[in-house]
Design a protein around this ligand. Structure first.
Ligand SMILES: [Zn+2]
Ligand SMILES: [Zn+2]
Length: 290
């Protein structure tokens, strides 16, 4: 079984990343996040993730505290986050906006934010999934049983994230794509590319020999050049651990990238989501709200 503490031992050089993942995993347990899960606005028909179009009402102070905390942990572990931290502490960027962009997983909005705070090292793109994570996990806990049974997209039916990996699960080897952000899962089909729908077996392949005893392979599609890591499991990977399995199989990503395949996360479009300050009885009381 793969665990975060095992990764700490095996890869001490990953400490800056593991420290923030540790913090984000701990944050999953804070019950406040469940209170911010928005009402569902649609049933996920037509390949629309459940989070798309949502309005999240969150407590600004709580979100600001969480954002500052993860930046502090990142800084303590040696990641250069001073530009974003400064932008937040001086008030030039609203933490709610940073949080909204992180939850949207929209690459274009993340690029814009990175430009705004002059982050040219990809720090924001790296931290955003962890800033969004506790919110996405809370949505999955509430919405997992609302996922359309016929969902066949290459992105998560709950949060719209790209799949971190695919499980070949149990004795029958049923296929399940897993989301690293929210921990969600959805079914996929043998010999069908989840990203572009290609079904021509000539265009679909595997980077490792199919008859090897390897429990891990990479499935690739020549039509869209996308890839997905496939892991054989007996039982489902617990939702909170998908990110750990994703990290532990980094060598598979490198094998695919080296051969010119890409993880579709780099071109995904994210979801439209608004994060607004939750109505406060205190503000109502002192007449700050109409
Ligand atoms: Zn998801
Ligand atoms: Zn494809």
């Amino acid at each position: 079984m793969i665990s975060l503490s095992a990764l700490h031992v095996e890869h001490p050089e990953w400490r800056p990343l593991l420290a923030v993942i540790d913090e984000a995993l701990r944050e999953d347990d804070d019950p406040h996040w469940a209170g911010f899960v928005p009402a569902l606005r649609h049933a996920g028909a037509g390949g629309r993730p459940l989070l798309d179009g949502a309005v999240i009402e969150a407590a600004p102070k709580f979100i600001a505290r969480w954002t500052r905390r993860i930046l502090k942990v990142a800084a303590a572990a040696g990641t250069e986050v001073s530009a974003l931290t400064k932008a937040i502490t001086t008030g030039s960027i609203d933490p709610l906006l940073v949080f909204e962009i992180a939850v949207s997983q929209d690459v274009h909005r993340l690029d814009e934010l990175a430009r705004l705070v002059r982050d040219d090292r990809g720090v924001i793109h790296g931290l955003a999934p962890l800033i969004a994570r506790p919110m996405l996990q809370a949505c999955r806990r509430k919405w997992a049983d609302r996922v359309p049974a016929d969902w066949a997209e290459g992105r998560c039916p709950i949060c719209g994230g790209a799949p971190a990996l695919e499980e070949l699960r149990g004795l029958d080897g049923s296929r399940h794509l897993r989301c690293g952000g929210c921990g969600g899962e959805w079914g996929s089909a043998w010999l069908r590319c989840p990203f572009c729908g290609e079904t021509d077996h000539e265009q679909l392949g595997s980077l490792m020999s199919p008859d090897s005893l390897e429990r891990q392979t990479v499935e690739v599609c020549e039509s869209c050049r996308g890839y997905v890591k496939t892991i054989t499991t007996l039982t489902p990977i617990p939702p909170r651990d998908v990110v750990v399995f994703d990290l532990a199989t980094l060598v598979l990503d490198l094998a695919a990238l080296e051969r010119g395949y890409c993880r579709p996360a780099t071109r995904r479009r994210g979801v439209a989501v608004n994060v607004v300050a939750e109505p406060s009885w205190l503000r109502d009381l002192i007449g700050l709200r109409p």
